[in-house]
Design a protein around this ligand. Sequence first.
Ligand code: NAG
Ligand code: NAG
Ligand code: NAG
Ligand code: NAG
Length: 355
Amino acid sequence: MLACGKSAMKGLLLLLFSSTIFLLQGVCDCPEKCFCHPSSNSVDCSSQGLAEIPPNLPPQTLILHLQNNQIHQLSALAFRSVPRLIILNLSNNSLSNLAPEAFKGLQDLQVLNLTQNSLLSLENRLFHALPQLRELDLSSNNISYLPASLGKPWENLTMLAVQQNQLQHLDRELLEFMPRVKQLLLKDNIWKCNCHLLGLKLWLEKFIYEGGITDGVICGSPDTWKGKNLLIIPHELYQPCALPSLDLGYSQNQQPNSAYGGEDTKLPENHNSGHHIPLECEAKPKPRPANLRHAMATVVITGVVCGIVCLMMLAAAIYGCTYAAITAQYHDGSLAQTSESGKTGGKEMLESSTA
Ligand SMILES: *[C@@H]1O[C@H](CO)[C@@H](O)[C@H](O)[C@H]1NC(C)=O
Ligand SMILES: *[C@@H]1O[C@H](CO)[C@@H](O)[C@H](O)[C@H]1NC(C)=O
Ligand SMILES: *[C@@H]1O[C@H](CO)[C@@H](O)[C@H](O)[C@H]1NC(C)=O
Ligand SMILES: *[C@@H]1O[C@H](CO)[C@@H](O)[C@H](O)[C@H]1NC(C)=O
């Protein structure tokens, strides 16, 4: 501390450049239990048993390591003192509660790691103040639902990881908010492979076709599809959902299984008499690409076959006419005629017959 004071005094006395003073301040203001690296503007407070964000973080910090601590909540504007952060690592803490404005003010944040926490849900607006967010790691939590509005500002997101959570469903709307995403990690959830997940399946097919990276969606329910990869279940086995989407509040055993053509078709009387609402929802899907492709293929094949038949008929007609003309000329005794003029005659005959 004494050394720092001396350096600062010296700096002031010698009227050193302001950047030097900032540098020295960075060294001096390093919070207890943290290691500050002024050259890279990074602060490492990992594995220190911290229960909250340390005070006095150097304001110019760009990289903040807070992983492997016991931080259990973030209040609004928790990172107000470090507005220039680019990388924030909060993995392996005890976070269960994040204030809706916890990350507010982090205009430059690009990487946010929230893996290995105890998050159950996320506020709609939680990430709205992060316009530069590129990588968001939410894996290994207990998240059961991701609201579609979470993704409204995700124009710049290239990586989203939600493996090892409790997700049953992912809104296609949310996926549409990430036009630049290249990597989407989804495995080890309890995906419910019913008609609701058809949107995800169709989106993923396009995503993979365009070179996107994903780690697979393995169904957790219904029993018919348990353990199966969503991507290999044919579209044809999904019936359109009956009612507008009710994402929450239905239990697995109340789910109509008749939609999967499984062996549970005896169930419907329960659904009609039961006190719960029928839950299989979402508007009827748009014409399925598979069917469209099928129809297109049929049209093309029909066209090709018709074309071949027509050509064959035309060839036969020309041949027949030519032959008839030559024979007629031969019988007329005009043997001096060449086969070439015979052909012309045949063509004339054909033309007159088609006219
Ligand atoms: C998580 O952090 C704790 C300390 O809070 C540490 O003991 C443990 O090894 C860390 N786990 C991993 C996987 O890094
Ligand atoms: C965050 O901490 C974890 C655990 O120490 C580490 O694996 C990861 O690379 C760190 N960085 C980021 C950007 O998450
Ligand atoms: C986040 O931290 C975990 C370790 O806890 C690490 O495996 C993962 O790669 C990190 N994610 C990002 C985006 O750096
Ligand atoms: C994405 O990043 C660009 C510049 O890197 C920025 O201008 C734009 O506002 C960002 N997108 C959103 C939705 O904020």
